[in-house]
Design a protein around this ligand. Sequence first.
Ligand code: ATP
Ligand code: FE
Length: 335
Amino acid sequence: VFTLAIESSCDDTSAAVLQNDKVLSNVVAGQKIHEQYGGVVPELASRAHQQNIVPVVELALRNAGITKNQLNAVAFTQGPGLLGSLLVGSSFAKSLSAALQIPLFAVHHMHGHILAHFIDEAGFDKPTFPFLAVTISGGHTQIVRVDSHFSMTVIGETTDDAVGEAFDKTAKILGLPYPGGPLIDKYAAEGNSKAFAFTKPKISGLDFSFSGLKTQILYFIRKKQVENPNFIEEHLADICASVQQTIIDILMDKITLAVAETGITQVAIGGGVSANSGIRKALKATESERGWKTYIPKFEYTTDNAAMIGIVGYYQYLSDMQVNQNVVAKARIQM
Ligand code: ATP
Ligand code: FE
């Protein structure tokens, strides 16, 4: 089965071709335009998707070494995301499915981040059910109990900011460009994570809160800058390492609680923030320290990509879950 998948929920235009559960190509065109604004500008994102979609799909087919007439299925991100961005991908996918007369599959973006672990990749094991998926991204922070490919229950989530926002907003306070998560990761590697202490939010159960941390960091930096105007420049690595460690501790505390409450010791992370080297290391360490089995996605499947949409489309194909032309993109959808 050859599946063409399209992802356009935010600011990356991506197309992938899968043969069953193997990825033949996965093209991602980022949008530099947003950097200067310190965040994604929806109108500009939508326009860039319109410019990128045809060349990105053509390149994905070319890299896969197949023609569009060989395709058996088309999958696209239905939501959640920016509506103007989703509309570009969904319209394109619907037209292609109609023109080629092949089935169409509407995919929930977060299912993509979770089922990315089922892509067939040398050196990467697929989780067995049930497992806990921890989705940490620019818009989500959730702990999901996954009982089968299509039976998922959110058991904990953020009550305010997503963890990716905590990274990006901290980066903004530090004067780093958007998206700042990868830069914090990079500077943290050279810093001392115990240099500065930040308090963790007091929120019970499996839910998260990250907005207080951002405010705490803002006041901390302002205060230090009164004493020393060059505080950020002189201590950048230590600040990044300390903030990142606080975020890792918050995540690990809740994951540990979820494992205790469910008795499930298989934990898979997904979403853009699962690219973070500190988080990867902390999770991996639980294998030898606590006997958990952990799943950490291949780097290319962490941030937004169409391959993860394609794997969900493929499983939907196997389960006859195709949709008709009345399907619409949605900015918000339940899991
Ligand atoms: P969602 O998936 O919730 O709709 P999104 O698609 O915008 O949100 P992703 O592309 O999955 O988000 O993830 C982007 C986020 O990942 C950004 O906040 C970015 O800063 C963060 N990120 C990427 N790499 C790293 C890293 N190495 N360390 C920390 N954060 C990172
Ligand atoms: Fe995402």
